[in-house]
Design a protein around this ligand. Structure first.
Ligand code: ASP
Length: 585
């Protein structure tokens, strides 16, 4: 090694020993007779010292030629600092420099390599390798590493085997578009990159591997949001000879293990909530349980009092916001605007202030007297000082709208505490959902998900009524993962494909291999996949997954550092027998 120690290693007990350090020049301070250099590497920062009169004039001259991010090798003796820095692990000592080697110079970096940088997002993406030198990103990647290590340890301890599955495959339906790769050797034909290894992991169960896992890249060509990436990593798992309960127990166990070992947090047992209950109480299939504001349905009390908007609605439903009765007119107007934005889409917002003096002030005082509002307050379990919001409309729509308002209020009141972890399982999803655009059913999870056995007979007569043996793991309003018990019976799988509108021919073309495999002793099986990037973000109490991926894409799906996607040469196109069709002007 070109060094004896890292920049994070030296402590007071090393005083007096000669050392060689290597790293990047983070900062230099030149105060006349004294020069300090902060030398940084992955492990930390160590201060180097030069002093006129003590250090050689030649060395001082050399030090003055250094710039930010120069890579150097520094030789010297560990001495005790006169003014110590308790914030740095190496803050008790510094290095009395005796020699200095520039290993490589650096251009002035386009942004400061500090915890708080002056670089904008796009610039930092372009110079990602510089951004990755900063502590916040470095710590994220180290956390990610620790998480993957502990995940593997846990799964190994439970007899799971890591098996790689191919990336050049054929479409696996997870509800997104495929990325496709043209085949040179089979001209006119394409591979698809896996949206997940779903079919392969099921085939591994048929093959008898019993417990499989893989930390695996998945590819989905979707319109990107801040928290989505076209390629992302899943902890993908499958188990044979299990029922839903076994899968839930195994992966709840994994999450508890991870929180314990990586964060020292003991998670409680995960509550279970059916999809229906989650929608009814929170208007979301991934409820954030860090705060209350459960929905209360008010039809009984709010209808028949002459207020047409409520009278005509299928559902009148609200939340009570603790301690918000002092919201001003302006704040209430802003919230009304908030729910009217197209993203939420409500027509209006009814509020009732339950004042500290037990009087009410509402936007519907004309229709509801004190007594009526008192009934509402009781239904909500509201206390003086609380603020009730009520929306009305078609059941499914209004619930989702109120969920948006609930989350907004939690934001405004600071109730989303990042390090307060509230996990749960959401179960009993509908098997299928009706799509108005295509006028057919889609698999809510994917087409290999098993219906609840007691409802399987409805698959032909009333497909929309069938529930699935499917489950999601949710933490703090984020879907961390999902899975299901699978169909392992060829005949049932055929029925499922037909409920999804596949002709027998189409099903055979796309999934014939799986149906064939089911003819050779497929065991009952089920599994789950957890979003690994998102898990890392959650562990750090953060929202965006991008900061937990070493080289992510931007919002337009581009890697601005390597400039991809990009065009390919005429020769490549020719070889692949592809032709670019220019869009008509
Ligand atoms: N393949 C599913 C997904 O990627 C997970 C599973 O069912 O195991 O969401």
């Amino acid at each position: 090694m070109l060094r004896t120690h890292t920049c994070g290693a030296l402590r007071i007990e090393h005083v007096g020993i000669p050392v060689v350090l290597t790293g990047w020049v983070q900062r230099m301070r030149d105060k006349g007779g004294l020069i300090w250099i902060d030398l940084r590497d992955r492990y930390g920062i160590t201060q180097l010292l030069l002093e006129e009169g003590r250090s050689s004039a030649e060395l001082i001259e050399k030090a003055r030629t250094l710039g930010r991010e120069f890579v150097i090798q520094a030789q010297g003796n560990v001495i005790e600092r006169v003014s110590k820095n308790p914030k740095l692990p190496t803050g008790d000592i510094e290095i009395d420099l005796t020699n200095l080697q520039v290993l490589n110079a650096s251009k002035i970096p386009p942004f400061t390599i500090e915890d708080e940088t002056d670089g904008g997002e796009e610039l930092r993406m372009k110079y990602r390798y510089l951004d990755l030198r900063r502590n916040p990103l470095k710590n994220n990647l180290l956390l990610r590493h620790k998480l993957s290590l502990e995940t593997r340890k846990y799964l190994d301890s439970q007899e799971f085997v890591e098996i790689e599955t191919p990336y050049l495959i054929k479409s696996t339906p997870e509800g997104a578009r495929d990325f496709v790769v043209p085949s040179r050797m089979n001209s006119g034909e394409f591979y698809a990159l896996p949206q997940s290894p779903q079919t392969f992991k099921q085939l591994l169960m048929v093959a008898g591997y019993d417990r499989y896992y893989q930390l695996v890249k998945c590819f989905r060509d979707e319109d990107l949001r801040a928290d989505r990436q076209p390629e992302f990593t899943q902890i993908d798992c499958e188990m044979a000879f299990v029922e839903q309960e076994d899968v839930l127990r195994t992966f709840e166990g994994m999450m508890r293990y991870l929180f314990q070992t990586v964060k020292g947090i003991k998670l409680p047992a995960f509550p279970r909530m059916s999809y229906e209950e989650a929608m009814k109480k929170y208007g979301s299939d991934k409820p954030d349980l860090r705060f209350g504001m459960e929905f209360v349905e008010l039809n009984r009390w709010a209808q028949g009092k002459g207020f047409g908007v409520f009278d005509q609605a299928e559902l009148v439903v609200g939340i009570s916001v603790p301690g918000a009765a002092d919201y001003t007119r302006k704040q209430l107007d802003q919230l009304t605007e908030f729910v009217k934005r197209p993203q939420i889409g409500a027509k209006g917002l009814v509020y009732v202030k339950y004042n500290e003096d037990k009087t009410f002030k509402s936007s519907v005082d004309k229709f509801f007297d004190h007594e009526a509002l008192q009934q509402w307050a009781e239904a909500f379990g509201a206390q003086p000082g609380d603020l009730m919001f009520i929306l009305s409309g078609a059941k499914d729509t209004v619930r989702v709208q109120l969920s948006g308002l609930r989350l907004e209020m939690a934001d405004q009141l600071g109730l989303k505490k990042p390090e307060d972890y509230k996990p749960l399982w959401v179960t009993d999803f509908p098997l299928l959902e009706w799509d108005e655009d295509t006028q057919r059913f889609h698999a809510m999870h994917h087409p290999f998900t098993a219906p609840k056995p007691e409802e399987a007979h409805l698959l032909e007569s009333d497909p929309g009524a069938v529930h699935a043996n499917a489950y999601d793991m949710v933490i703090n309003g984020v879907e961390i993962g999902g899975g299901s018990i699978r169909i392992h019976d060829e005949a049932l799988q055929k029925k499922m494909f037909s409920a999804l509108g596949f002709s027998e021919e189409e099903a055979k073309n796309q999934f014939g291999f799986l149906m064939n495999a089911f003819q050779y002793g497929a065991p009952p099986h089920g599994g789950i996949a957890l979003g690994f990037d998102r898990l890392a973000a959650i562990f750090a109490g953060r929202d965006s997954i991008r900061d937990f991926i070493a080289f992510p894409k931007n919002n337009a799906g581009r890697d601005v550092m390597i400039d991809s996607p990009s065009t390919i040469s005429e020769e490549q196109l020719e070889e692949l027998r592809l032709k670019i069709v220019k869009e008509k002007e």
